[in-house]
Design a protein around this ligand. Structure first.
Ligand code: WT7
Length: 643
């Protein structure tokens, strides 16, 4: 890695709140560089030490790193045994029982719950015993479809305690999507709530679960947490009330010792083709990635209040609401509402109320709030903040500037963190006390990450600065996904086979003159709407299931607010006429099959789609059309009908 300081782009020095009296966990670029060098060159020593320092083991590991990208058999901390729940709950409940583990900021701002580590341990133990009473055992898969309440965190940790593998499904997914996920992992138990509550509205969570379970054969029990108290449909014997079962359960449950490489959870994510993949994360490596990135990238210090605004249904929520902060014994904020409820000052009032030190959100939210005006920040004291983070999509310099000046008041570290569901934890990001930042660049790789840029055609590594290509990683790191559930072949084909010897991210990237990395967005058929990852193939397949549709093609357009947006083209079956309201119906179809967050921005019912003579739809052309680049359609000579 060559980092030169000949400044071309605007560059921001290490922020005020990370210098002087404050002793950041990494305090200079030289310190970062030497730690990074040792993490990639003396990997066993570096991660062996970090693993012993940050995690508690019931049996120590002997081998740090095993396996390779060539073989697809990556494993870490062999021989070691530990339990993720013990690491996130017990050891803090024993040392600092009255420290707050979770601050729940409910949908209504006045509904705040504070849960200590002692209370968290009791609740997790009760639920673990409830799971055992349902005969849940080590290695069983459990689906969690819950709103943003502390019980959802308790659910994840209780699974981890008994060695069950949780599969959290984002509660914005439709019943069809939930069903696919329950079927794929063969869940025997589903944990859910009567209803959700978001932005002042009720969400029919239990009904969606009931609908999803129809047509599945494995689900024996549905455990229902009472969130709103509304009447919900009930299936006798199958459905059980959370509070009834918890009342019967003993508030201590022994932990199940897990091997380092035992799976901790599955999380489904969209790829460029086929059905969603159940990405598998294992216990030790994942937990170490989560804990170490909170420590170094968010510069965690004892007493900090860590607030990640993601939903626990996405990897960001897993790693930066639950596992990372709790592994370090931090106080984590769980936010049930939306950035604009009851008004756009919500985030900032919350920061003031809880004296938040780390705040983490997505560029979409930043852009939306910026657009609504600075007056919404005027009355809030944001002086507790030290590190403010961004994740999920490239952040444009305007949004970065606004975040830095209006939220950070020019005194906080802004960390643009790049990672993926598959990477488990952040892999490219500034370090608050060390890195000079450039708005829009995720800057430099984290410890253990050897980020490389490859020529997309030849796969040759583009060495040196000032290069553009596809982003890959050239050696294994602890928190990387180990496989795709029940489909290791697909894992190899998606990540390890495209460029032999590398992990392929699917993103384009540049390394600029100063060695800074800039993420350019996906190079495959994945689109990113408001930081939500969607596959064009999945949306097309949802449309094709509509009775009138013959063919569909979906492409990403540019959008000032959501980054990308969905443009869907459909042709109709012969003898079907364009009826009134058809576009709306098609849009509903996508919402029904995937979920409301996948609603297309535009649907075009057309008489034909551009195809090659061999019949392949040319999405490249559609992409240019929706982005207003009609004059740059490129070579269209291979089109069957250029008109
Ligand atoms: C894709 C992964 C794990 C984060 C939440 C999304 C894009 C993520 C950045 C960033 C530019 C980013 C990439 C990546 N992405 N962070 N800081 N700058 N792009 O996780 O759903 O697995 O999506 O999000 O395209 O491949 P995900």
């Amino acid at each position: 890695m060559t980092i030169s300081d000949s400044v071309q782009d605007p560059i921001y020095p290490v922020a005020e709140r990370l210098t002087g009296k404050h002793k950041a966990n990494v305090q200079s670029m030289a310190e970062y560089q030497s730690m990074w060098e040792s993490s990639v060159n003396n990997t066993n020593e570096f991660f062996g030490k970090l693993g012993r320092e940050l995690l508690s083991w019931s049996k120590p590991f002997e081998t740090v790193q095993h396996g390779s990208f060539y073989e697809g058999d990556v494993a870490w901390f062999l021989e070691g045994e530990l339990n993720a729940c013990y690491n996130c709950v017990d050891r803090h409940a024993l040392a600092t029982p009255n420290n707050i583990a979770i601050i729940h900021e409910g949908d209504e701002p006045e509904n705040v719950r504070r849960i200590t580590y002692r209370e968290l341990l009791q609740d997790v133990c009760r639920l673990a015993n409830v799971l055992k009473s349902m005969d849940v055992r080590k290695g069983d898969n459990i689906a969690i479809y819950m709103p943003m309440v502390p019980e959802a965190v308790v659910a994840m940790l209780a699974c981890a305690r008994v060695g069950a593998v949780h599969s959290v499904v984002f509660a914005g997914f439709s019943s069809d999507s939930l069903r696919d996920r329950v079927i794929d992992c063969g869940a025997r138990v589903v944990l859910t709530a009567d209803e959700g509550r978001r932005g002042g509205k009720n969400i029919a969570t239990k009904r969606i679960v009931d609908e999803a379970i129809k047509g599945t054969t494995t689900v024996e029990h549905v455990l229902v947490y009472r969130r709103t108290g509304s009447e919900v449909p009930w299936t006798k014997n199958r459905d059980l009330w959370w509070h009834d079962e918890m009342a019967k359960a003993r508030p201590y449950c022994p932990v199940t010792a897990m091997s380092s490489e035992d799976p901790l959870f599955l999380l489904y994510t969209s790829g460029s083709t086929g059905t969603p993949k159940g990405v598998v994360h294992t216990t030790a490596g994942y937990l170490l990635g989560a804990a170490s990135t909170v420590k170094y990238i968010f510069d965690y210090q004892p007493g900090d209040i860590h607030a990640c605004m993601a939903d626990i249904g996405w990897i960001t929520g897993h790693t930066y609401i639950v596992y990372g902060p709790l592994a370090l014994g931090a106080t984590t904020v769980l936010f049930e509402s939306t950035p604009t409820y009851p008004d756009p000052s919500r985030f900032w009032k919350m920061v003031q109320k809880h004296k938040v030190t780390q705040f983490y959100t997505a560029p979409t939210a930043i852009r939306a709030l910026r657009r609504l005006g600075d007056k919404w920040l005027a009355d809030s004291d944001l002086s507790s903040l030290r590190v403010i983070g961004s994740v999920g999509e490239p952040i444009n310099p305007e949004a970065w500037d606004w975040y830095n000046t209006q939220v950070g008041k020019g005194k906080c570290a802004v960390v643009d963190t790049y990672w993926q569901t598959e990477t488990g934890s952040i892999i490219i990001s500034p370090l608050p006390g060390a890195t000079k930042t450039k708005p829009g660049s995720a800057t430099f790789p984290f410890f253990g990450i050897k980020a490389v840029i490859l020529d997309p055609q030849t796969g040759a590594e583009l060495k040196g600065n000032d290069v553009t290509g596809v982003l890959a990683i050239s050696q294994p790191w602890p928190s990387m996904a180990r496989t795709v559930y029940n489909n290791h072949h697909r894992y190899l084909d998606t990540y390890l086979n495209p460029y032999k010897g590398f992990y392929f991210t699917g993103d384009g990237a540049s390394r600029d003159k100063n060695g800074y990395i800039w993420i350019r967005g996906r190079v495959d058929d994945v689109i990113n709407v408001s930081g939500h990852r969607l596959s064009t193939a999945e949306i097309e397949s949802a449309l094709i299931h509509h009775e009138s549709v013959a063919e569909a093609a979906v492409v990403g357009g540019q959008d000032d607010l959501t980054g990308q947006c969905i443009h869907a083209f459909a042709t109709l079956k012969p003898n079907v006429d364009v009826s009134e309201g058809l576009e709306r119906e098609l849009s509903l179809q996508v919402r029904k099959v995937i979920g409301p967050f996948a609603t297309p921005k535009r649907i075009y019912v057309v008489s034909d789609l551009p195809k090659t003579r061999s019949g392949k739809i040319m999405r490249r052309i559609l992409r240019k059309i929706v982005n207003g680049e009609h004059d740059q359609l490129g070579d269209i000579s291979t089109l069957a009908d250029p008109s």
